[in-house]
Write a protein that binds this ligand. Structure first.
Ligand SMILES: Cc1cc2nc3c(=O)[nH]c(=O)nc-3n(C[C@H](O)[C@H](O)[C@H](O)COP(=O)(O)O)c2cc1C
Length: 221
């Protein structure tokens, strides 16, 4: 698989089979992803990889919280600005239409939307998950290094025939994640990532992208 194919075939997959992901594959991917760039080579990502019983325990605990109507953990970082301006607001709206539309859920059916969102905390059925943390003393450039690392992981997973879904949703249940992975206090959970083999029977709609001239400006001589 070349890089273009890895990039274009990666998408946020939200239905996985229970086929296990071998430990050696995860080690190969994460060893290669360690070559991701970071400013001054700080390598600020701290990843915890869960499979088997620990992941089952995490899903169980998160499911119990959800069923009990337990409120989400207070945020350690702002996931979106309180008011999204244009064109970001429209992109978010379009994503909601695409995502929930593919599931046959109407825009005003909040209960069905919440049910669909709750699959986040089952890792969409995935048998492996990665939780990516960063030291709370680090700043915005280091957070962007995490993005580079995570995308590298996701592309390498494609090269292994695997799919993934990055999930900020896990930051809402960060204390439950911490109960299972016991991270040191100085770390903040940025996001989780479900990892596994895609369920080929699940339907989905490919998300769109803005036209190139919305995000790229060529300044030519
Ligand atoms: C940092 C980050 C956090 C995300 N959080 C979630 C999440 O909590 N749950 C989810 O289902 N998808 C999540 N996504 C997936 C995005 O919705 C998805 O990447 C976007 O809609 C583009 O679609 P595509 O990845 O399928 O191309 C997240 C993606 C990123 C990069």
């Amino acid at each position: 698989m070349d890089v273009y194919e890895a990039v274009t075939s990666r998408r946020a997959v939200r239905a996985f089979t229970d086929r296990p992901v071998p430990r050696e594959v995860l080690e190969r991917v994460l060893s290669a992803a360690a070559w991701s760039p970071s400013a001054s080579n700080l390598q600020p990502w701290r990843a915890y990889v869960l499979t088997g019983e620990p992941l089952a325990e995490l899903k169980k605990r998160a499911g119990e919280r959800l069923a009990a109507g337990d409120p989400w953990d207070e945020r350690e970082y702002e996931t979106y600005p309180p008011v999204l301006k244009s064109p970001y607001r429209e992109h978010r709206f379009a994503f909601g239409q695409e995502h929930y539309g593919a599931l046959g859920i109407a825009r005003d059916d909040l209960e069905a939307r919440q049910r669909a969102a709750s699959a986040n905390w089952d890792c969409y059925g995935a048998p492996a998950a990665l939780f990516c943390y960063i030291d709370r003393d680090l700043g915005l450039p280091q957070w962007s290094d995490l993005g580079m690392y995570l995308q590298t992981v996701m592309l390498l997973l494609r090269a292994e025939g695997l799919h993934s879904c990055p999930q900020m949703a896990w930051s809402m249940y960060r204390k439950t994640v911490a109960e299972v992975v016991s991270p040191p206090d100085e770390l903040i959970l940025f996001c989780g990532m479900s990892i596994g083999f895609e369920d080929p029977t699940a339907s989905y709609i490919r998300t769109g992208r803005a036209p190139l001239d919305e995000t790229v400006t060529f300044v030519e001589g």
